[in-house]
Write a protein that binds this ligand. Structure first.
Ligand SMILES: Cc1ncc(COP(=O)(O)O)c(C=O)c1O
Length: 422
């Protein structure tokens, strides 16, 4: 850890030196009742609105007004191939080839659609491995897939649990569970960064272990996309899905994303649910009755995509491109390390950070466990202008986001927390 100091002057000095500090002005920061900026730490739940978003959406409203249906071809950014405008930036963010990613639907829908192709259980190999305490939607999705295929959840679901007295999973335990069930696992599906603890998993080793066991390996990147360095292609991950309303700032209910590794995406052996937008582009409008999938992740599309949502995502990704993912990660680590340092300086036994202290095992989120699940602390900081969130049973999550949070935000937050702990 760097030699940090818990003074306001030190925090402001870090902000002065921050080469990304001007990016904060590219976002709308919610205000407190007194007109000051709120201390917004929930970019892991809903990212803030880039100022560019309105312009991009208004362009589409204008083009719709001007061209009607012809906007599919004559809009400034024609709607027919509009989803392609975000592909390059998304591919950079998740570490993929362009043909391996597509923006479509929303997260849980994409998890289901990808499981249609990638969860192909047999009488002997039908188990799915997830984290115990995975986000509820993921649990519902995998359990319903198991049942849909006629298997019983208690037989086919393996939940990875931390050791007694521990809160995060050890990689060696994950690998061991996979090895021990090598004959029966069909799919390993983990949240790349766990929504509750903020733990980032070792994608590469888990993928390797899953493949060695003869299983498919997928990741839910809700808390990883735009937050941590991803190399999905090189890590050989089979598939992944994410939402874009968290770190990717595309707005509430924003369009999701999907990754299908090249080795699956260009072969047509996998079964899939088909729709016309996944059909080969050159012949889509011949209106034939035989489905010919597009090569690549685009072949998993079903419907023509929501242009306004794509416009919002495009605006945000332009900001990402300008900032550069590597620069963002470097700042993110510094911000989170600083926040961790400030928290560690508080003299109290009422809170503890459960997120791994190793910066390679987390993104920007820190999960603060409150002893005795006392929600009054969360309510008290909320009253003082902190926007964080409470996750049952006992955690306050705070995520300093490098695009718009400052070191001074972290310092102010911890001062408020200290006060409220008194
Ligand atoms: C890890 C994880 N999975 C799934 C979801 C559900 O996302 P959606 O409502 O976009 O399907 C969320 C939403 O926060 C999430 O954090």
């Amino acid at each position: 850890m760097q030699n940090y100091e818990s003074t306001e002057a030190f925090a402001r000095n870090l902000d002065e030196q921050d080469s990304l500090k001007h990016f904060r002005d590219k976002f709308y920061i919610p205000k407190q009742a007194n007109g000051d900026d709120a201390l917004y730490f929930t970019g892991n739940s809903l990212g803030l609105q880039p100022k560019l978003t309105r312009e991009y959406i208004e362009q589409e409203l204008k083009d719709w007004e001007t061209f009607g249906v012809e906007g599919h071809f004559h809009a400034k950014n024609p709607w027919m191939p509009y989803h392609e405008t975000v592909t390059k930036s998304l591919a950079k963010i998740v570490g993929a080839q362009e043909q391996e990613v597509v923006a479509m639907n929303s997260l849980t829908v994409n998890l289901h659609l990808l499981m249609v192709s990638f969860y192909r259980p047999t009488a002997t190999r039908n188990k799915i491995v997830i984290e115990a305490g995975a986000f509820p939607s993921d649990q519902y999705a995998v359990k319903s897939q198991i049942q849909f295929h006629g298997f019983a959840v208690q037989d086919s679901l393996i939940e990875l649990k931390p050791r007694d007295g521990e809160t995060i999973l050890r990689t060696e335990d994950i690998l061991q569970t996979i090895a021990e069930n090598a004959d029966s696992i069909a799919l390993v599906l983990l949240g790349g960064v766990n929504y509750y603890t903020g733990q980032k998993f070792d994608f590469e080793r888990i993928t390797k272990a899953g493949h060695a066991a003869g299983a498919i390996v997928g990741f839910d990147l809700a808390h990883a996309a735009g937050n941590v360095t991803l190399q999905l292609h090189d890590w050989n991950v089979d598939f992944a899905a994410w939402c874009s309303y968290k770190y990717l700032n595309s707005g509430p209910g924003g369009i999701g994303g999907a990754f299908v590794h090249e080795r699956h995406a260009v072969s047509f052996e996998l079964p899939r649910f088909a729709g016309w937008w996944g059909h080969e582009k050159e012949t889509r409008f011949l209106m034939g009755d035989e489905f010919v999938p597009i090569k690549g992740a685009e072949g998993w599309q079903m419907s023509n995509p929501p242009i306004f949502q794509l416009a919002a995502l495009r605006a945000s990704l332009d900001v990402f491109d300008e900032a550069g993912m590597e620069n963002l990660i470097a700042k993110s680590r510094n911000l989170t390390n600083y926040l961790e340092f400030l928290l560690s300086e508080i003299e109290t036994d009422r809170i503890e950070i459960i997120t791994p202290s190793d910066e390679n095992q987390r993104g920007c989120q820190l999960s603060i466990r409150v002893k005795n699940a006392d929600k009054s602390l969360f309510k008290a900081i909320s009253m003082r202008g902190v926007i964080a969130d409470w996750r049952e049973p006992d955690v306050i999550r705070v995520a300093p986001v490098p695009l718009y949070n400052s070191f001074a935000d972290c310092w102010k937050f911890v001062e408020i927390l200290k006060d409220c702990l008194k």
